[in-house]
Design a protein around this ligand. Structure first.
Ligand code: AMP
Length: 224
């Protein structure tokens, strides 16, 4: 099964993606997380991408597209849930072409709708676990609130150290990322509409203002 997950930063897309990939045994491919791994590991790619990421700009396509397509190809047998890519119409077209060439089908498009102001508020409270990128932690949501240990907030799943992403605490960077997401001419909404209009994959649209459990139940009931 191959799935594209769309939703603005702050919509809970990563949390829902982790639930779906666990349930169906898929590889969870997150373009942003791949970049952060490269930055942590000090690779050439990471060095090239860092300034763009810190400021909320898109990393150029000549770096991003081959990186994501290579990762996808490795997950061909297992199936994948792709999150964070495509983020533009050009990336959607490149993905569509690559899928055709490699004989991979797109089965589902999950779209999490969320008002821009709410998404912004949510971004600032999320925290990253040092041990596992798929451990959701958010200081404003009871269901995924970090726990306190020795006077410090740690990951609610594994007790790992938590940090906030620099681009999540910078309002200009958040605004830029949302400008790109909500742009339906050439940005991410244009990519969403591209796959919706193609009509090959089943589209699952959910209301991101609901609770985590309600959203995941709704998504699960439509995936088969
Ligand atoms: P995310 O974790 O999805 O919020 O991504 C963090 C940052 O990584 C973005 O703000 C971009 O700078 C970069 N990035 C992630 N995915 C892409 C993509 N598909 N195209 C270009 N840049 C990306």
């Amino acid at each position: 099964m191959n799935i594209l997950a769309f939703g603005p930063n702050g919509s809970g897309k990563g949390t829902q993606g982790a639930i779906v990939k666990d349930k169906f045994g898929l590889d969870h491919i997150e373009s942003g997380a791949i970049f952060r791994e490269h930055i942590k590991g000090g690779t050439e790619l990471g060095k090239k991408a860092k300034a763009y990421i810190d400021s909320g700009d898109l990393v150029p396509d000549e770096i991003t597209i081959p990186m994501v397509l290579e990762t996808l190809a490795k997950s061909k047998e297992k199936g994948w849930l792709l999150d964070g890519f495509p983020r533009s119409l050009a990336q959607a077209e490149a993905l569509d072409k690559a899928l055709k060439e490699s004989g991979m089908a797109l089965d589902y498009v999950i779209e999490i709708d969320l008002d821009r102001d709410i998404a912004k508020e949510r971004i600032m409270g999320r925290r990253l676990c040092a041990n596992d990128n798929n451990h959701p932690n958010h200081i404003a949501f009871e269901a995924i609130k970090p726990v306190e240990k020795d006077g410090k907030l740690v990951c609610r799943v594994c007790g790992g150290e938590l940090s906030a992403r620099a681009d999540d605490q910078d309002e200009d960077a958040i605004n830029k990322r949302h400008d790109i997401y909500y742009d339906d001419k050439t940005g991410t909404m244009a990519a969403v509409n591209y796959f919706k209009n193609k009509g090959d994959a089943k589209v699952i649209t959910v209301d991101g203002s609901k609770g985590i459990k309600d959203i995941s139940e709704e998504i699960m009931s439509q995936l088969s």
